[in-house]
Every structure is written in structure tokens, then in C-alpha cells.
Design a protein. Structure first.
Length: 406
């Protein structure tokens, strides 16, 4: 197995900048003619957009913009020149938002991350990301194929069956959310089954240091990536574990939240991404995530920009158990019941698992009365606590994250 996925990972800053002088104007020119941008890129000379600094002149594309565009022109809102039937897959994310997917070599750019995890020919990867509607399962499957490994398309749930399959098939690597691997390993111990997993490629949630250390004690190297359903892979860890290396197929800017203005190097801000994928040219897409640029390059030899990884949300949207919970979902819960005056979702940790607690201001009633509405609106089950009206803090928060990311 070679040390790097391709030569792009180790090229000089000058070579990378030279490549962008051609690739970036081409991508902006593709976007300018798409109806989904609704003239937002008019007046800009694509030929002049030859470096990252020039991007700051362009407007930011937000999830809300995408939702409005898709409402007018389903399913992709005119943000691609290709019809839905020209893509291999069409996915749905909460909103709903629809994303296209391809099956060409490393279409989602997950190969570099999996290669950095040591996954390659001879490995069998138990892919525990969901395959239902959302793209995560196919994103990782596409990457596994790009590095020449085999896939066990396990999806989520049915842990006992997953353990049996991992044992029988000889799975050597895991792909999924950080927490679920521990569930599989603990179930395997309970069943008296020995597994051969030595590598883990995780995403979709925070990898807490204590959990990574536990995996290391069990002989498993666990690395994480930063990816989204719209963009695919954005950045990834290498074995050096010195921040996250930006993938060669995207451009990352860190801006003041709610604006498109770049922050000073090292300052925390919102992650804005421009993809170089000609099939789906997203220009300055605002992720809503916070991060910061790190100085220097990784000791692993990969030379691209590094970021500190996920550092929270620019808004109150929070990922719990691998699923986003958004303020509008909390508002929908309150609207369902006349007896609820306010509600607050609290994300916390117990052991190595996420816990969601929903505090509901109501004059009375039992927690079980609201359980169905919580599951339907928030798409997760959690603890429900009934508190007296007026007892929740009057600070504008409807989602509070109490987890420590140190």
C-alpha cells in the first residue's frame, strides 16, 4: 500500500495555486449559467477568479437558499445542469433537501480519508452508515471502492446480526458514527465473539478523546473525517492526528458567521466550501459549522491547508447521535401542543454515548404524552422532562449543547 492516495496530497503550495488558476474560473463559469444561482453571480468575471482570495467577492450560498430554490425547481433547485435521471442516486436530507450522487471513481472524495486510515485492497469494511434516503452509506461505499477494499453494507441497527456478519465475513475495518462501533464491540464481547477490526473511519458526530483512547486500547486506530451530504468529504485526519487536512477537491474558507467575510488566520469562524466537482458546482456553500485554520502543514507529509475540525455550530443546530436537530424542529414540537409554552433540547454525554433531553414547559401532563411528538418532530427519541411554565431560561436558546469537546 502506497503512503498517499495520490500525488495531489503532497504537491507544493505553488502547484496547488497554479491548478486553481484554471479549475476555479471554470467552476464559477459553470455556476453562473445555472438558474439556481438566480443571477447572484452576475457581474463577476469568472476568468478573474483565479485564487481563493477572489472568492470573498462572491455571495455565500446557504442551506435556506438551496431549500427555496428546490421549492421552485425540484429536485435540485437548478444548481446543476444535469437532470435527476442523469445521476446515479438522488438523496433526501431533513428539510427536505435533495442531493445528487454519483458512482464514478471517488465521486464523493472519500478515498483520501480511507487511504489515510490504512484501508485498502485486502480489507473488508463494515459500512454502518445509513443507506436509507440519506447519502452517508453511499458516500463511504464509493470511497471504499476507490481504495480497492470490499464493503459489507451493514447500515444501522440489528447489532447482534452485525456482530455475527463481521465475524463470519472477516471484517477488518469499520465505517460509521463514532459511538456505534463501541456498541458493536461490546455486543461482540457479550456474545463471546472475536472480531478482526483494527481500523475505523468515522464521521457524522464528534469523536471524543476518551472514546478514541478506548478504541486504541482495543487495538483499533480510529480516525475521523468532516463531510456533509451536500459537499461530500471536506477534510480528514491522518495518522498524525494533527488537525484535519482539507481535501484536494474543495476550497475551504473560514468566515465571520452569517457573512462571507474571511476571518484572520487562526480565528474561529464559519466553514464555507467551494467544490471543484463539475457535476454539482456549489460555490461558497455555508455549512453552518465552526472551525479555524491551523498554522503549518501536517507531519504526515500532506501539504494542504489544515483546519481544527468541527468546533460547534454557527447557529443553534446541533448534531446528536449523528442526526442534526434544528431550531425549527423544536418550534414544530411546541406548535403541536397547546399545553406547551416553550421547549429546550439539551445534548449531553453519558459514558461514551450522546443523550438528548427535551425540557418542556407545560402546566401539567406526563412525559409519555409528548413522546410520540418528540420522536416525530426531532427524529430522535430522548428523555422528556416536564417543567413549570416560566422555568426555562429566557435567553433565546432552544437547543443547548453541554458536551465537552476538549
Amino acid at each position: 500500500m502506497t503512503q498517499y492516495f495520490d500525488s495531489l496530497e503532497t504537491r507544493s503550495d505553488e502547484a496547488r495555486a497554479e491548478a486553481l488558476t484554471h479549475l476555479l474560473p471554470q467552476q464559477i463559469a459553470r455556476a453562473q449559467v445555472l438558474p439556481g444561482y438566480a443571477g447572484a453571480l452576475d457581474g463577476f468575471d469568472a476568468a478573474q477568479m483565479t485564487d481563493v482570495a477572489n472568492l470573498a467577492r462572491l455571495p455565500v450560498l446557504r442551506k435556506s437558499d438551496m431549500g427555496r430554490a428546490q421549492g421552485q425547481a425540484a429536485p435540485f433547485g437548478g444548481l446543476t445542469s444535469r437532470a435527476a435521471h442523469d445521476f446515479a442516486h438522488v438523496f433526501q436530507s431533513p428539510g427536505p433537501i435533495y442531493e445528487p450522487g454519483g458512482v464514478a471513481h471517488d465521486w464523493w472524495r472519500m478515498g483520501r480519508f480511507l487511504h489515510a486510515c490504512g484501508v485498502g485492497r485486502g480489507d473488508i469494511v463494515q459500512n454502518c452508515f445509513s443507506y436509507h434516503l440519506v447519502p452517508a452509506g453511499m458516500i463511504f461505499e464509493n470511497g471504499v471502492r476507490a481504495v480497492g477494499a470490499a464493503v459489507l453494507p451493514a447500515g444501522t441497527g440489528q447489532t447482534e446480526l452485525q456482530v455475527r456478519a463481521a465475524c463470519d465475513v472477516g471484517v477488518t475495518a469499520y465505517a460509521g458514527t463514532p459511538d456505534y462501533l463501541k456498541v458493536i464491540l461490546d455486543k461482540a464481547e457479550e456474545m463471546g465473539v472475536s472480531l478482526k477490526i483494527t481500523k475505523a473511519a468515522v464521521g457524522g458526530g464528534a469523536l471524543f478523546p476518551s472514546l478514541r483512547a478506548e478504541y486504541a486500547e482495543r487495538g483499533i486506530q480510529c480516525l475521523q473525517c468532516y463531510a456533509t451530504a451536500d459537499l461530500g468529504n471536506i477534510a480528514y485526519e491522518s495518522a498524525a492526528q494533527e488537525g484535519m487536512i482539507v481535501d484536494e477537491g474543495v476550497i475551504v474558507e473560514i468566515v465571520t458567521p452569517g457573512t462571507g467575510t474571511p476571518v484572520a488566520p487562526g480565528e474561529v469562524g464559519e466553514v464555507v466550501v467551494t467544490t471543484l466537482n463539475p457535476d454539482y458546482p456549489l460555490i461558497r456553500f455555508a455549512t453552518g459549522d465552526l472551525s479555524a485554520v491551523m498554522e503549518g502543514t501536517s507531519s504526515c507529509g500532506r501539504t494542504n491547508l489544515r483546519i481544527k475540525g468541527w468546533m460547534g455550530r454557527a447557529d443553534q443546530t446541533t448534531k446528536i447521535k449523528g442526526m442534526f436537530v434544528r431550531p425549527e424542529q423544536v418550534a414544530a414540537l411546541v406548535a403541536r401542543h397547546d399545553s406547551i409554552s416553550r421547549a429546550r433540547v439539551i445534548a449531553s454525554r453519558e459514558g461514551e454515548a450522546d443523550v438528548m433531553t427535551v425540557r418542556i414547559e407545560a402546566a401539567g401532563g406526563e412525559a409519555e404524552h409528548f413522546a410520540g411528538s418528540v420522536a416525530e418532530t426531532l427524529k430522535l427519541k430522548g428523555r422528556i422532562e416536564i417543567v413549570p411554565p416560566g422555568s426555562l431560561p429566557n435567553d433565546g436558546k432552544v437547543i443547548e449543547d453541554l458536551r465537552s469537546y476538549e
